[in-house]
Design a protein around this ligand. Sequence first.
Ligand code: FCB
Length: 440
Amino acid sequence: MPTMTFPDGFDWGCGTSAYQTEGAWNEDGKGESVWDYITHSGNVSPGFNGDTACDFYHRYKEDIALMKRLGLKTVRFSIAWSRILPEGKGQVNQKGLDFYDRVIEEMLAAGISPLVNCYHFDHPLALQREGGWTNRDMAGYFADYCGLLAAHYGDRVKRWMVMNEPWVFSGGLHISRLGDWTTGLRVMHIVALAHGMAARAIRAAGKPESITTAFDTPGVYPASDSEGDRAAAERRWRMHNAFFIEGVLAGRYPEFYLGGDQTQLLGVQPGDMELVKAPLDRLGVNIYAREIIAYVPSEPHINACAVVPPAGVETFYGMEVYPEAVHQVLTRMWNDYHMPLWVTEIGCNYVDFPDANGVVNDDRRVRFLERYFAQMHRAIQDGADVRGCHVWTIMDSLEWTAGFEMRFGLVYCDPATQQRIIKKSGHWYRDLIAANSLHC
Ligand code: FCB
C-alpha cells in the first residue's frame, strides 16, 4: 500500500456556497436573488428549494463545530450579494453584514481560516431586471460590492475569492438560458471585466494575503488521435479552461475563434483589457471530470463538440469519473502559468442514506477521493506547486435544479429534519488531514 505524503502546510479544506446552504431566503432584510426566482418558478426537483436548504443561516454554529471535528484548516464559503445589498447596489443591509461577521468570527475561533468567495451564481434579482451579466454596468456594481466586502471583513479575512466558475455562469451552462453563443461570448467578456475590477477593489480595500478565483477546468481530451480532433480539443481548452485565466494573467484572451474577428465578437472596447488583467496570487481550479472533444465542422465558433463518454463508464452530470484529469489539469496549468495552484473543488455525487444503525457508508465516495487525491499527489511529484484542496462539499446541500437528489457531502444532511451525520468519507477525510498522507 503506497503512502503519498503531501507538502508541509498543505491547506486541507472544504467548499460551500450561500444559496446551496443558507436558507433564510427573505429573512433580516435579504433581497431576492436570481436563484430564489429560479427555484420559486418551479425549476427544481419537486419538494426542494433554497428557502431553507441546510438552514446554515440558523445552524452555522453547529455546522462550524462539525467543520472543526473534521479537522478542516480552511473553508471556502460564499456571501449572498442580496443579503448585503438587497437591490445589488445602494442601500446596505446591516443585518446581512452582521451575519457573516458572526460566521467569520465563529470560524476563526474554531481555528479555521475563512476563504470568502464574493459570488457563487446568486446575484440580486433587481440587477437581473437590468439585464444581469449581459449589462456592462454589472462590472462596476460587482466591483463596488466586492470592495465593500473587503473593507468590512478585510481586518479578519485574509483570503479572498473573487468568484466561482465564471465560465459556467457566462459562456457555459447558462448559455441555454441566454439563448445563444454570441450573447454568451459577450457575457464572458463582461464577466472578465467585472472580475478584474473586483480583484483590484479587494486589493485596494483590504490587506489580502491571497486573492484567487475558482475557475472550472475539466480535463480535455481529443475523441481520437486525428489532427482534427486534437486541434478541436485544444480550441476547447482555450475557450473553456484558458479564456479567463489568460485574460486575467496576461491581459489578452487565447485565440480559439474560427469565425472571424474574436475581439469584435467578444465586444472588447479600447482600454478593457487593462482592466481585465488583474494579478491573482493563486489559481483556483475546480476539477470534476473530463470532456472528450471531437472536431464537428457544423458547430459554431470553435468547430468542436463534447461527445458522450463511452458506454459503461461511471458519470455524473453527464461527465465521466476520470481521476487522471486532475493530473492533466494541474500539470498543464503549472507548466503554462507557473502560478501556485489551489484545487478549489473536487467531489462527487453519490446518493447514500443512513443504514439501520444510523451509519452512512459512502464507500464509493471514499474510493473516488482516494483516486483523485492520488492524481493530485502525482501532479505535485511532477513539479506542480499545489498548495491545498477544498473538497466539494461539507454536507449534502441544494444541488441547484437537482435539489437534494444529488448529494456531494462528506456529511449527510436530511433537509426535512435537518439532521446531520458524518459519512464514512467525512471520517476518512479527517484521518487524511490528520496524517497529511494518503494510504491506498
Ligand atoms: C460546481 C459548483 C458547485 C456545485 C458543484 C457540484 O460546478 O461550483 O456549486 O454545484 O459543481
